[in-house]
Design a protein around this ligand. Sequence first.
Ligand SMILES: Nc1ncnc2c1ncn2[C@@H]1O[C@H](COP(=O)(O)OP(=O)(O)OP(=O)(O)O)[C@@H](O)[C@H]1O
Ligand code: SF4
Ligand SMILES: [Mg+2]
Length: 452
Amino acid sequence: MTCGRTNAGRDQTVLRNQAVLWDESISRDKSVSRDKSVPRGDSVPRDKIVVRGLRKYFPVGGTLLDRILGTQPLVKAVDGVGFTIRDGEVFGLLGESGSGKTTVGRVVLGLEPATDGEVLYEGRPITSGLPRSLRRSLQIIFQDPHASLNPAMTIFQGIEHGLLIHSSLNRAERRERVYAIMEKVGLVPPEVLAHAYPSGLSGGQRQRAVIARAMILGPDFVVADEPVSMLDMSIRARILKLLLDLKDEFGLTYLFITHDLATAKLICSHVGVMYLGQLVEVGPARAIFEEPLHPYTRALIQAVPVPDPARARDKALPHGEIPDGIRPPSGCRFHPRCPEPMPECGWEPRDLQDLIDRRLLELAEAQGRTGPAGFDVRMVEDEANHSLMVANKPALLRLIDAERDRETPLGRAIESVEVGQRSVKVRFRKPVPIPDVSIGDRTVRCLRVARD
Ligand SMILES: Nc1ncnc2c1ncn2[C@@H]1O[C@H](COP(=O)(O)OP(=O)(O)OP(=O)(O)O)[C@@H](O)[C@H]1O
Ligand code: SF4
Ligand SMILES: [Mg+2]
């Protein structure tokens, strides 16, 4: 299997198949050449997709008044993401659930409008929506084949649908095209399966139908969003091989979204690792898998199971869950979970609150209680002043002293402690911006990497 461009050297069979599956009559707009067999004359792959400063915020919750005034809380699902996908490559977008991978894919395809930023397809801006002439060139394969096929349509109708909208082919030509792509993706015999409904197919067959539907218009850029994650292990490899075969045969470029690093390592030439709406590391897949630089990437890679018991790995992902995107952690968003943070990484009052909560639970456990115990702590965060007001001075002071004595990153991030009559005010250093560092052909967002 290969991730590179393989436009040259196709045999006659390939070209014949391509001729059946693709001709310019599909599109009313002939401005974009689809003949992938014609060499471009340049050895350097072109940029297929360029994403710059992409942001996508979703309004969530809030009151009716908030909705009227537009002051609803916003989930910052994607918050300043940039990367380039070269023609013919498989670019993997990795990260835990909720990191914003699908949102990036949907915004890149124009299925969701961007809040800010820019997406270029072959140099043409498409951020404000895909022009009709490009709609067939950019396609998506969804994660759940069951949900993404219309249960009321036969497999033939589902695959044919795009042709009805985007081509001027007659019925016989459409049938020929649908059967050809069905054969190509392994839905055989097409004459029989064409009349089946999605519920009558296996999971693997349904995903093949989803792939056929995405391929019927001869796209050249495909977002594959977790295309095998809902399939049995036995079928995954075959579907992945199918996707790569199609890529090689038709000169496709993929944005491959997955949280499965083993799959990404196998098929991607470049990867971007996302955490809470931001990219923390981007670069060639081989280099990143061999020597991950960002602590989050390292943790993800260490958590990948290895079949060799002699090489057992530390499978623990960083403690805690990915925080919510409405108010992401300040400074480095990963700092509350980072295994090697520094005092400058963005410690804030909320972290002290979490620490106090953890200590309370530990205390309760030590005392054999099930609920919170120990001391009563009332905490009020002052977000504007980056500080926390906490009642119950002695207990809090003991805890702060311990953090400072042990010189933990949080302890060292505390700028001042003001002891008042009824409470203690703890002020933290203001967070510093976390830079994107270029190291060779890699970009890493981490203060420690920047300093090393
Ligand atoms: N339409 C929406 N409205 C509100 N919030 C949304 C919407 N779509 C996504 N989000 C939120 O944006 C964040 C990123 O979601 P997204 O689905 O892009 O993550 P993901 O990395 O694809 O996760 P997964 O691996 O679970 O598919 C999540 O917090 C999610 O709840
Ligand atoms: S900037 Fe780097 S070292 Fe600091 S918390 Fe983030 S990942 Fe960890
Ligand atoms: Mg997703």
